[in-house]
Design a protein around this ligand. Structure first.
Ligand code: HEC
Ligand code: HEC
Ligand code: HEC
Ligand code: HEC
Length: 452
């Protein structure tokens, strides 16, 4: 406990900020936590968890890159704070205390593992900064009330709540409380919370959206249940997580509507885009929003490929430093300079305009997402792809005639059609004539043969 208070105090001095916010998981040995390999009875759940970001939380190269930057910038002061959620067992066991985590036991190296989550018993207030209560006893807790397990188990209502996830999915600056990540708080204020749709309903079920019920067995040989959760925790990380599932999530998150008049003889063409957060139970984007990139690109191109319009709008947060400068890194943040994101089930619109050319002009709007900027990805040695979340395209014409001409080329070309038919008729006539000729020759030959 003393060690932690000291860390917070050092941080407060380093960042020169306000009273410290308590952080702290209890201390306990890593031997209290069975390794995930030992959860083989839940073979299907184990296979779901392995590619998840939870399983990679301590080894993730993007995380390690940022951690190293923070470690260097704060002379190691911020590091113990970061480790809490990315290596909860390592921190509790005192095996992961600094940038170098080579002292981590195999269980601690598993990041956010089966036994960590299933040893959690409750929460401390306020929710966030690893506010979990954890028990060293090997009693596995989840939502089942009738488990038939070879190990000790207990029903936990807490595991059914978004607060369970919020303990790590709300990150506040340890020295000044700036809300660095607020996924839980965003969800809490959303219609999903009011409707009782939890993080688990979207992130621990198969496919996109709320796919409940999901019938199945929780363990090999266990009873068939009306609904079981999956340990997939798919988010948006196409680079390091389950790429196909993350991509499907991103595509299900937003709709993009493009409004453009069909015919504009001359002058300005008005373009309107509307993005709606239809699928995410929190802001879009959420989580590490000063790193994540989501942007709308609107481009208008004429037939010769010349661009008449190119606009970009970025969605995300910008962190502000003590001297008012921005953007700053999370450890230097004392507040949020700007926050341009889309709340759950809400929309955001933009109006653009360009001068009409000779037409036709194609207008395309595309919403993109990347887990990390190119420079960061490159520095971390990770190939981070750009995902298209949604796109829409429309064409503007100078006149109805131009549109007609462009839309159905066959209709306006009667001459060609006539020629085609002519060729066909000639061909048929030719074939018939040839057939008659062959028949005639054959008849003559036959007659001749009979005579002989
Ligand atoms: C991030 C925390 C977390 C991790 C990691 C995790 N679980 Fe779970 N697990 C949960 C929660 C939360 C529930 C209950 C969800 C609810 O009721 O809303 C659950 C439910 C379960 C259940 C009950 C049956 C079911 O599927 O609904 C079993 C069994 C289980 N988990 C096993 C595992 C195993 C095995 C692993 C590792 C391979 C694992 N869990 C990893 C949080 C986690
Ligand atoms: C012990 C802390 C902890 C708990 C509890 C926890 N998470 Fe996480 N979660 C993390 C960390 C850390 C990461 C990021 C790992 C990384 O990318 O390196 C993460 C990543 C994720 C991602 C992937 C994000 C992406 O970019 O793809 C999803 C989805 C997610 N968590 C959902 C949940 C849900 C749902 C719950 C509750 C059932 C939960 N988490 C509970 C710490 C936690
Ligand atoms: C209605 C379904 C839904 C609910 C409820 C929901 N999410 Fe999500 N979540 C999504 C979708 C879709 C995405 C992918 C789009 C995006 O990145 O926001 C996502 C993305 C994420 C990400 C990755 C964000 C990123 O860009 O790195 C995390 C982390 C996450 N969710 C955690 C949570 C947590 C924690 C909760 C509960 C407090 C929660 N989600 C509730 C649907 C949901
Ligand atoms: C209170 C828990 C918590 C603490 C403390 C924490 N993180 Fe995280 N971290 C998370 C969660 C949850 C996510 C996933 C959010 C998302 O997907 O956007 C995450 C994701 C990340 C990612 C993105 C990884 C990827 O693959 O995209 C990086 C980088 C990161 N954290 C670095 C840090 C650093 C550096 C610190 C210390 C300054 C830190 N974290 C402290 C919970 C935490």
């Amino acid at each position: 406990m003393k060690r932690r208070v000291m860390i917070v105090a050092v941080l407060a001095i380093v960042v020169g900020a306000l009273p410290a916010i308590a952080i702290g998981l209890p201390s306990m040995p890593s031997s209290a936590f069975p390794s995930s390999d030992g959860c083989g009875c839940h073979a299907a759940l184990l296979e779901q968890w392995r590619p998840s970001m939870h399983a990679q939380a301590l080894t993730d190269p993007l995380y390690l890159h940022k951690l190293a930057e923070g470690d260097a910038a704060t002379n190691g002061a911020v590091t113990p704070f970061c480790l809490q959620c990315h290596s909860p067992i390592g921190v509790m066991a005192g095996e992961v205390t600094a940038l170098d985590h080579s002292g981590a036991s195999a269980t601690a190296a598993e990041g956010v593992s089966c036994s960590y989550c299933h040893h959690v018993t409750g929460t401390n207030d306020p929710i966030g900064n690893a506010s979990h209560q954890v028990s060293p006893e090997d009693i596995r807790r989840a939502q089942l009330t009738d488990a038939q397990a070879p190990h000790a188990w207990e029903y936990s209502q807490y595991h059914e709540t978004a607060e369970f996830c919020g303990a790590c999915h709300n990150v506040n600056h340890p020295a000044n409380g700036t809300h660095l990540e607020a996924t839980y708080t965003e969800w809490k204020a959303s219609p999903y919370a009011a409707e009782g749709i939890t993080c688990q309903d979207c992130h621990m079920t198969p496919g996109t959206g709320v796919t409940k019920p999901n019938p199945g067995v929780a363990a090999g040989g266990g009873p068939e249940r009306e609904h079981i959760y999956t340990m997939t925790f798919t988010g948006a990380n196409v680079a390091l997580g389950d790429a196909a599932a993350a991509e499907a999530n991103l595509k299900a998150a937003a709709t993009l509507e493009l409004e453009v008049p069909e015919i504009v003889a001359s002058g300005d063409v008005a373009v309107k885009t509307t993005i709606t957060n239809v699928g995410a139970g929190h802001y879009l984007p959420t989580g590490l929003t000063e790193v994540r990139q989501m942007w709308l690109e609107v481009v208008a191109t004429d037939e010769s490929g010349d661009e008449l319009l190119r606009e970009r709008r970025d969605f995300g947060t910008v962190l502000k430093g003590a001297d008012g400068s921005y953007p700053v890194e999370m450890w230097d943040a004392v507040g949020i300079q700007s926050d341009d994101r889309i709340p759950p089930r809400e929309s955001t619109s933009n109006d653009y305009a360009f001068a009409m050319g000779t037409g036709p002009v194609t207008v395309t709007a595309t919403l993109y997402y990347r887990s990390a900027p190119e420079e960061m990805a490159e520095a971390a040695g990770v190939d981070v792809p750009t995902t298209t979340m949604a796109s829409a395209s429309k064409t503007v014409y100078v006149s109805a005639e131009q549109k007609e001409g462009a839309v159905s080329p066959d209709d306006g070309t009667a001459d060609d059609a006539g020629e085609d038919t002519g060729i066909d008729v000639l061909l048929i006539v030719g074939i018939v004539a040839a057939a008659v000729a062959v028949a005639a020759v054959a008849y003559l030959l036959l007659k001749k043969g009979k005579k002989a």
